[in-house]
Structure formats: C-alpha cells, structure tokens
Design a protein around this ligand. Sequence first.
Ligand SMILES: Cc1ncc(COP(=O)(O)O)c(C=O)c1O
Length: 375
Amino acid sequence: MNAVLTSPARLKMADTSLTEDEIQAAVAVLRSGALRQGKQCDAFEAEFAALAGARHAVSSANGSAALHLAYMTFLQPGDEVLVPAFTFIATGSMVAAAGGRPVFCDVHPETFLLDLNDAEKKLTARTRALSPVHLFGNPCDLDAAQAFAARHRLRLVWDAAQAHGARWRGRELGGCGDFVAYSFYPTKNLFVGEGGMTCTPSEEAARRLRGLRSHGETGKYLHAMLGLNYRMTDVEAAIGRRQLLRLEAMLAARRRHAEILRRGLEPLPGLHLQQVLPGGEPGWHQFCFWVDEREFGCSRDQLAQALAAAGIDTGVHYPRGLHQQPIFRELYGDQSLPVTEKLAANILAVPVHHGLPAGGAERIVAAIAAAGKKK
Ligand SMILES: Cc1ncc(COP(=O)(O)O)c(C=O)c1O
C-alpha cells in the first residue's frame, strides 16, 4: 500500500485534459443546438490569425484537411512537391490526395529539418511547391525557404501542424509563404479534439479554401468547384477559443521543461539532441534526440524500456521515413535517404508537455543518465 502511495506518478507523453472553462464553452455550444460551423468558427479563425501573424485563417476538420485544402487550390495532376521524408504521413499523403507527387528529401542530421541542399538536387521541370515541416515545433529557417521558393518559382506550403506558438527571428510562423497548415489534434500544443487551420496572405486563396472545405458551394445547392466536407464544428472552435487564452502559459511550461532536459541531456555522450537554429524559438511539441548505441551504452529501444520501467513513457516519431512507407514504395519505388533512415532507427521522444509535474523533467534526465551508465 505504502509503495503504491509513494511511487511517483507515471510521466505520460501528452496531457490532453481540458480545463473546466473549455468544457463549459463546449457545453454552451451543445446547449445552444448550433453545432455546425458557425459564429464560433468565424471568431476562432480571426483570433487564431491574429496569434499566428496571418492575414487569413480558414478552419477545417483536421490538420490533414488543412494541408489538402491548400494543395487543392493550385496543384495540377502530376505536379511535384518537395517534402521532407522525416515527418508524419500527412505531409506527403495530402500532396498525393490532391493529385500531386510528393518528392522525398532528406533532412539535416542536427536539426532534423528539411535539407534544402538535397531539395535542390530533386528539382525537376514539374516541381511546383516546397513544403517544409517545422518538425516537433522546431522552426525551419523561414528566410532560406522563402529565398529557395522565390529562386525556383515555387509555392511555399508550410506544415506547421506541430508548431503553434513557435517563432522565427521574433516573427510568428503563420504569415510566411503561401499557406501555413496547423493541426489541433489532442497531443498538439493547441488541441480541440480534431481540427485544423490553413493560413494564407491571399484573399483569393482564402476564398477558395472556404469554398473547397464545403463542397465548393457558392450559393444554396450551387457548386462551382469540386470540394469536400472538411468543416470544423462550433464545438471544437469554442474549445479552441478558450484554449488560446492559456496557450502562452502552456508554451512557457514546455520551454521550461525543454531547458531542463537540454541542460541535463546535452552533456551525456551518445545522445544527439535536435538542434535549434539561431533565430528559432521552438514550441517544443516534442523533445527528441537520437541515441548512438556505442557511445551511450545502450540502444534507443533499450533506453525506452529502461524509462518505461522507471515510469516514464516515450515515443518514436517516426520509426520510418516516408520513402520507407509501404504505400509510397509501391507508388514511387525504392529510395535511399541516409539521415532520415538513421534518425528513424535511433530517435526517441521524452515527455516535455505543459502538464509535467514539478520535478518531472529532472526525473527524466536522471533516469536517462542512469540507463546510459549501466552499459
Ligand atoms: C507534421 C504533421 N503534419 C500533419 C498532421 C496532420 O494533422 P491531423 O492529425 O490533425 O490530421 C500532423 C498530425 O499529427 C503532423 O504531425
């Protein structure tokens, strides 16, 4: 009994609990009976646009839809889009869903972000867009990506699904490029259940996004475009609006935890932490590093087991590159991307979220250091 009472709480990978205020905001919408996309969505879009530094923000059913809608506005069949291979499936699959072809590029070994040198080698006459990912909330170099896109006359579509609240040289990320797509999936920095947002500086693009998310309807039962039903509901929007009020506090907690993890783990031989570019202010969606088994003394999987035994959950984001996914191998054939493959085999994420209890980050550092010492 005593052991149960004194054993420290399990540290999970995410805290997806809503506050009482957020629950009440959802309940008020449920009571009103106005469940579909309506005033709450309009207000959430305006408030999110202000936060993200965007001119227009268009809500949708999820982050994948937010990307898909962006591509649907301009992609032609067979157009190629340069994407990093080390990311979540939707970064590539939404290009394919819109009729394009994702072209997988390797990532940088220290930042884990799209390597523009590799992207340059993969340009063809069919390349229409560049789509970098602010992976784990770690901002890419906006200026370099913008210059690359301008030099090669490409659209710039950002996958910012994991990067709410991150900044580049003091700028919000939502105002850069042609489209910036966010997700509000429960593990994300801002979470409403399912939801997404596409930001754009173009009024015309915003109009098309709004049409495409609602069956291309331009009047009652009048359809000028082939669209989808990708609408968010007012229930999620009401939660999102309330949660925006605590986003800064949640981000501050993530940054505090990340700093403790960074200071504790950086000196350990054999752990290679995701590096932040000078000018980047991450949102710390995930805290990731890769494990050099020989130097550290045990493998990524052995470390994960040791942490599980110490009551600490971990995650592997991602166990394979997009080019290693069966569906993409089938569609586009075999390809070798060495940095992505090395990361996929050795990467580990530890909890960094806003809900970690006091002392939680220190406990993670101590457990990792102990696992490394055992050899
Ligand atoms: C990098 C990235 N892109 C796109 C998405 C898709 O977002 P959603 O799950 O809301 O569809 C996610 C969500 O996990 C993601 O992490």
